[in-house]
Design a protein around this ligand. Structure first.
Ligand SMILES: [Fe+2]
Ligand SMILES: [Fe+2]
Length: 251
């Protein structure tokens, strides 16, 4: 079995009952310089965490039905709830530090449009892109502040996101491995490229956009543009370029 849905279901069920929390009583001092540095950036990421998940859930329902894997639907519901918790955690921190919420940002709009179109595999490609780059970003955000609450909040998000990355990258690798080597020649060229160079180029472009949009925070954490994109690409390689086994996705 390439992906064991029961293990992932147990993971998501457990964390829905025992969500990772930021413990109360932590030192919560954000200096005015730190606030100035992170306000717009954290607000953009908080907006990016928003998703009602309807498109994803609809696609997953069809897949779960076609493959008789109800676990997949439940896992996705729990994943969406976890992301909604991130929205709340970030919003509470922002409220307590008078950082205004954002209602619109063009990068969030773009990701939302992309997530909503084309196939489930395409949606997964977009989703994993946001998860991987977001993870690098939250680590950087943690490193630019002395605010204990924000540092622990970043670590909490990273811990959840790592599981999301683990699950969705396993699912995506499973999709890619499902196509037998001989059949790859007959794939639609767009579909073929999506599994490789197009997705990687899209991913690298998204990392460049995140660098441009959040460069003040990323620079302060020690990244150059090239260093940031390289770090993101290293994450991509680690999670998505493992050798496919050729085993069926779900057994
Ligand atoms: Fe998240
Ligand atoms: Fe996530």
């Amino acid at each position: 079995m390439l992906i064991d849905l029961r293990i992932w279901l147990n993971h998501f069920e457990y964390h829905s009952q025992h969500p990772r929390r930021v413990p109360p009583g932590l030192s919560d001092i954000l200096t005015s310089n730190e606030r100035k540095l992170i306000a717009s950036s954290i607000a953009t990421f908080q907006l990016g965490e928003h998703s009602d998940g309807r498109t994803l859930l609809g696609a997953v329902r069809r897949l779960a039905h076609a493959r008789a894997t109800p676990e997949l639907e439940r896992i996705t519901e729990l994943f969406i709830r976890e992301e909604q918790r991130h929205v709340t955690l970030l919003a509470e921190f922002m409220r307590d530090h008078a950082i205004p919420l954002k209602r619109h940002h063009w990068t969030e709009f773009l990701f939302r449009v992309l997530r909503g179109c084309a196939s489930f595999e395409f949606t997964l490609n977009v989703l994993i892109t946001a998860e991987l780059i977001g993870n690098v970003y939250y680590r950087a955000l943690e490193s630019v502040t002395g605010c204990q609450r924000l540092r622990i909040l970043c670590r909490t998000l990273v811990a959840d996101e790592l599981a999301h990355i683990g699950f969705f990258s396993e699912l995506l690798r499973g999709f890619r491995a499902e196509v037998p080597t001989g059949a790859r020649a007959f794939l639609h060229p767009v579909q073929k490229a999506l599994a490789g160079p197009i997705h990687k180029s899209f991913f690298a472009s998204a990392a460049v956009v995140v660098w441009m949009t959040h460069r003040a925070v990323l620079r302060r954490s020690g990244y150059t543009a090239i260093g940031f994109v390289r770090t993101c690409l290293a994450q991509y390689a680690f999670h998505l370029e493992q050798v496919p086994t050729g085993q069926p996705l779900i057994t």
